[in-house]
Design a protein around this ligand. Structure first.
Ligand SMILES: [Zn+2]
Length: 531
């Protein structure tokens, strides 16, 4: 029974890991080898201890492996992916509200039954273990030493222990905690240190910059990007005054890492710039702007997720997510902010819940518009059943609603008098909607082009356009929102020692850079799916 217990706890995940589409053959062999060795070492050591202590040790093993085990197995069996470090981190960061909706979308009775059965089997095993007489260490020294050395090397060497699912799970948790608390400390300390931010052109007219960060918007579901359903009836009326960028990708496919990247100078090569260099609110605060955050997505002043520290630097914060309303809740707050002291420069960041799963909760009932059975505009595909098509209908309703929200933001800016205004809308990342397979959502392990590509639009007031003729609005430029901080700095004419002209989307000196989505290049991702 002891043998079967260890086999179950340590080798079930590796045996199923050939199901993982995101793992190469070598990765799978590594998982199998490392877990096999761990199994051998624990089995060997268990021969030396009394049955009583063995039961205690196995119960502890069971307790620590059951949660990560259920999560890994659920992902393997239902999504055919092996969780990677990035996603394990985002499991710890996801706010409870978001997790609830995620679970609601993916949970089925089979998942619940599976997890219950998975947990029940080893409990029965531990209870029915028979006692035996342990070996004596001095009679089997070599065997004992083999067990100890193998066990310690697997647990101690990071590269090796990554292949053991539950060790990886806990190590990721610990390093995440250490990293985030260090970041918070560094960023707070930064605020008291000198760092000069100047404004290039001192215009007498106050400027208002509104950055709307959307959520999970697949640009291929927007009529502005050529989608056959009219999901942008309002924004499409702007013609050339709304610049719609065609080739922008996100640096990650999960909200938190994207926001961390958008609002800071951290990038693929320098993740440490997150806390070592000033972030967006800090730059604008130092340049004398009034800064605001209007958020309809979980944000916590107690810094529960690792982007909260960046948002917390906003001068005034409106946390609207607590009201659990649709995105129009931001509009009266925006109007209030716009009306405040109209002599001051303002940076207003709006964080929408946008098109986040579960899509049907993202719009009021007046926006229940699309029906594939009537319009026939959701093409047939092997992996797109009736349920999938219905999900696409709901998603498109949410895109239509988002169109009205962005339009309302622009209308509010149009009403401003004697102020220049710019609105930039970008989605944090995209979303896959049964584009290549039976899957909707966004997940690093399944990263695809439609998850990585994002809509990106800029609206500029006519007065600002006249004033800043040096800016270039070329909608074909290939760009990653990883460099967004340089673009917004350029729009506002901010000048500071870390500013890099070549990374601004609007600069004459713009130079395209290699674009990464997580650890992969965008080209690699495209190639994989265009085959
Ligand atoms: Zn997101």
């Amino acid at each position: 029974m002891q043998f079967f217990f260890l086999f179950y706890i340590l080798l079930l995940v590796p045996i199923l890991c050939p199901l993982a589409e995101n793992f190469s053959f070598i990765d799978k062999i590594a998982v199998f080898l490392v877990c096999g060795l761990l199994f051998a070492s624990i089995w060997t050591l268990s021969l030396f201890i009394s049955s009583k202590s063995e039961k205690v040790i196995y119960s502890v093993m069971l307790a620590i492996s059951i949660i990560p085990g259920s999560i890994y197995l659920a992902y393997l069996l239902f999504a055919n992916v092996m969780l990677e470090q990035n996603s394990v981190t985002s499991l710890f960061e996801t706010n409870p509200e978001e997790s609830k909706e995620f679970v609601a979308h993916y949970l089925s009775i089979w998942v619940i039954v599976g997890v219950l059965v998975y947990a029940a089997i080893p409990i029965v095993m531990v209870c029915t273990m028979r006692s035996f007489r342990p070996l004596k260490i001095r009679e089997h020294k070599t065997l004992f030493i083999f067990g100890i050395i193998t066990l310690l090397s697997i647990v101690g060497i990071n590269r090796v222990s990554r292949s053991v699912y539950f060790i990886n799970f806990y190590k990721t948790f610990v390093s995440y905690k250490i990293r985030t608390s260090g970041e918070v400390k560094d960023i707070r300390k930064r605020q008291t240190e000198p760092y000069e931010v100047k404004i290039n052109q001192q215009d007498t007219i106050p400027q208002v910059f509104v950055i709307v960060i959307g959520e999970s918007l697949n640009k291929h579901h927007m009529s502005l990007y050529g989608y056959p359903r009219n999901t942008n009836p309002l924004l499409s009326q702007y013609g050339d005054s709304l610049v719609v960028y065609q080739d922008i990708v996100a640096p990650h496919v999960h909200t938190i890492p994207v926001i961390r990247s958008l609002l800071s100078m951290s990038d693929y090569e320098h993740s440490e710039y997150f806390s070592k260099k000033p972030s967006m609110y800090e730059l604008f605060n130092r340049a004398g702007y009034d800064t605001y955050l209007i958020s309809n997505q979980g944000f916590s002043e107690e810094l529960r997720s690792s982007f909260d520290i960046l948002f917390s630097l906003a001068g005034t914060k409106y946390n609207l997510a607590t009201y659990k309303q649709h995105d129009d809740i931001i509009l009266p707050v925006l109007d209030k902010v716009l009306k405040k002291d109209n002599k001051k420069n303002k940076l207003i960041i709006i964080h929408l819940i946008g098109n986040h799963m579960a899509y049907e909760f993202r719009y009021p009932k007046e926006y229940i518009v699309f029906n594939n059975k009537k319009d026939g505009l959701v093409p047939d595909a092997l992996y797109r059943d009736e349920k999938a098509k219905k999900t696409i209908d709901r998603y498109d309703n949410s895109v239509l609603y988002n169109d009205s929200i962005i339009n309302s933001v622009i209308l509010s800016l149009k009403e401003l008098q004697d102020q220049d205004a710019v609105m930039v809308y970008l989605s944090d990342h995209g979303e896959e909607l049964y584009d290549y397979r039976d899957f909707a959502g966004h997940a690093y392990e399944k990263v695809s082009p439609t998850m990585s590509e994002i809509p990106f639009m800029v609206w500029i007031s006519p007065s600002f356009q006249k004033y800043r003729t040096d800016l270039v609005f070329d909608k074909t430029r290939p760009y990653s929102s990883e460099d967004f901080i340089y673009s917004i700095s350029d729009l506002a004419g901010l000048n500071y020692s870390d500013y890099d002209d070549t990374r601004s989307l609007f600069s004459t000196k713009f130079t395209p850079r290699k674009r990464y989505v997580g650890e992969k290049t965008y080209e690699e991702i495209k190639e994989k799916f265009e085959k």
